[in-house]
Design a protein around this ligand. Structure first.
Ligand SMILES: Cc1ncc(C[n+]2csc(CCOP(=O)(O)OP(=O)(O)O)c2C)c(N)n1
Length: 588
């Protein structure tokens, strides 16, 4: 390191001349690459936003000026510049810094994030509060092209254009979501890029026409009307302007000097919102990442030179893979089944269906609410939609699930990956609420498989059942049980006795079944009779935020591994033994 070791806050950065920003960005890139190669993280997304972070903290007086990041997975350079440089190697690990943004982690994290498309609404709220308080600082929202297409961001744009409050939106446009970005807005942004090429072409033509002796001037004039009509159709930001935003761009998002200039221009706009359109490359700076930015959005540890992933061998297939394969298998047998994902084709395993049945598989983009009601519409017409949405992201579609699907008893299936503790992504990504938020909803059938073989049976049972149904399953590898060739129909609403014993019953749901069985392996449970009282011990995640970290570690912390379950059961037996030894008086 050279410059970076002396930058402990954005104020240090702002003391540098503008020409030193690029060397700072280069050092940050090296540091992120080197650190991520050891610990893994949102490598590609963060490599793409380094110059943006540098230019933003340089051009604005943060934290006095408010900088609001969307999702936060791309904000590693922001963390490095805001006093968390040395914490980077601990990112996403238990006790380390968060992989996203947290207000309680830094005053520079003005708004907590993890889910997409929140930055514009939050920033608009801050801008309005500033105006009401008679203050004068800037409010800047950063958002990716895929997140901009999310419903909430669109709703914020609609209101911002109407309120005409001073707000700066920086669009980090890399043409990518995690997967390639989808949707008409992506087409629009592509046209803006195309329009710039048109402008360059137009300038060249104009120069050439004017250079023709004597007739050049007249030809130029005649061509102007036609050119203006074309220009109006493809003008960069025409739609944005119509919505009440000024448009600056596009600008090379890896050129710190150009970015600072564009941001300073945006600071001059006092009478309404402005959008600065920056073009970036996901994974910028590692040849492997730039060529394969889809896989590099987030990575585990990798070899720094070759970019090759360093993988620990998975003992058994993941729930995601078993789900994806089983769904594709069922789609092969029943052409009414359609597969849906909201921007997570790989994360949910829907990629297999997208590949094998492209006509019956849809990536709707970061639009969980739309996904649910889109599925509801399909089911009205006799299709059998299966929505694969992470437990945490289905929270976005909760009202749609109630109002559009369950009240109408429509035949929509929900497959919730990452049910339970999600790991390093932390509180915004744990799937800890779905049991609570789904069990009160009328008509829906809920399921949670104890292992990957049962997951196949449950998926088959769900698609055969007529009416809404949801299945939740954990992140990561299955238990390693053999998988039957043919999935079986299960009886809905019926539990299973997996082990007979004495007077202790361990009742477990889904992924807690196997650790409970392991805990019950100990002879102690049979040895202790509980004649005089039944005591119910509930084990689960407590009603508080669960931090980030390795899921095994987090489950152990809350006593939800085999050892923890064993200990709690043993403790409760000891208490009962004590009570039996000294009978308690009831009443006075
Ligand atoms: C509501 C919600 N759905 C899905 C995700 C998962 N997710 C995290 S980042 C991401 C892609 C974001 O793309 P973009 O905004 O263009 O930013 P980029 O990663 O390209 O910088 C997605 C889909 C999420 N964080 N929140």
């Amino acid at each position: 390191m050279g410059l970076l070791e002396n930058i402990n806050s954005p104020a240090d950065l702002r003391r540098l001349p503008v020409e030193q920003l690029q060397p700072v960005a280069d050092e940050i890139r090296q540091y992120i690459l080197e650190t991520m190669s050891r610990v893994g993280g949102h490598t590609g997304a963060s490599l793409g936003a380094i110059e943006l972070a540098v230019a933003l903290h340089y051009a604005f007086d943060t934290p006095h000026d408010r900088l609001v990041w969307d999702v936060g997975h791309q904000a590693y350079a922001h963390k490095i510049l805001t006093g968390r440089r040395e914490g980077l190697p601990t990112i996403k690990q238990y006790g380390g810094i968060s992989g996203f943004l947290r207000r309680d982690e830094s005053e520079y994290d003005t708004f907590g994030a993890g889910h997409a498309s929140t930055s514009l609404s939050a920033a608009l709220g801050m801008a309005i509060a500033r105006d009401k308080k008679g203050e004068d600082h800037h409010v800047v929202a950063l958002i990716g092209d895929a997140s901009l297409a999310g419903g909430m961001a669109m709703e914020a744009i609609n209101q911002a254009g109407h309120l005409k409050s001073r707000l700066i939106v920086v669009l980090n446009d890399n043409e990518m979501s995690i997967a390639p970005a989808v949707g008409a807005l992506t087409g629009y942004l592509n046209r803006i890029r195309g329009a710039h090429q048109y402008h360059r072409f137009k300038e060249e033509v104009e120069e050439k026409l004017l250079a023709i002796p004597s007739v050049g001037e007249r030809l130029h004039h005649a061509a102007k009307t036609v050119k203006d009509a074309i220009a109006a159709a493809v003008l960069p930001g025409a739609l944005v302007n119509e919505l009440g935003f000024k448009y600056i761009g596009y600008v090379d998002g890896h050129n710190t000097r150009a970015l600072v200039a564009a941001l300073r221009e945006a600071q001059q706009i006092k009478d309404g919102p402005v959008i600065v359109h920056a073009l970036t490359t996901k994974g910028k700076g590692h040849p492997r990442a730039e060529n394969d930015y889809y896989r590099w959005h987030a990575t585990g540890p990798f070899d720094l030179q070759s970019g090759e992933a360093i993988k620990s061998k998975a003992a058994s297939p993941t729930y995601t893979t078993v789900f994806g394969n089983t769904l594709a298998e069922l789609m092969g047998r029943d052409e009414k089944i359609v597969a849906l994902t909201a921007a997570m084709p790989d994360g949910t395993g829907i990629c297999t269906a997208l590949e094998q049945f492209p006509d019956r598989s849809f990536d709707v983009g970061i639009a969980e609410q739309h996904c649910v009601t889109f599925a509801a519409g399909m089911s009205c017409e006799g299709l059998k939609p299966v929505c694969a949405i992470y437990s945490t992201f289905l929270q976005r579609g909760f009202d749609q699930l109630i109002h559009d699907v369950c009240i109408q008893n429509l035949n929509v299936k929900f497959c919730l990956d990452r049910g339970g503790v999600a790991g390093g992504d932390g509180p915004t990504h744990h799937g800890l609420l779905d049991i609570a938020y789904l069990r009160g909803v009328p008509n829906i059938v809920l399921m949670a498989p104890k292992d990957e073989a049962e997951m196949r049976d449950m998926l088959f049972t769900m698609v055969e059942h007529v009416g809404p149904a949801a299945m939740r399953y954990p992140r990561g590898s299955g238990v390693g049980v053999p998988i039957d060739v043919e999935p079986k129909l299960l009886e809905i609403g019926k539990g299973e006795i997996l082990r007979d014993g004495g007077e202790i019953a361990i009742v477990a749901y889904g992924s807690m079944v196997h650790p409970s069985l392991q805990a019950a392996e100990n002879e102690l449970l049979e040895e202790n009779g509980l004649q005089d009282k039944v005591r119910v011990v509930r084990m689960g995640i407590p009603d508080r935020l669960v931090t980030h970290g390795d899921p095994k570690l987090l489950l152990a912390k809350y006593g939800l591994d085999a050892d923890g379950i064993y200990t709690r059961v043993k403790e409760s037996i000891d208490v009962l033994d004590d009570r039996r030894a000294k009978p308690q008086k009831i009443g006075r």
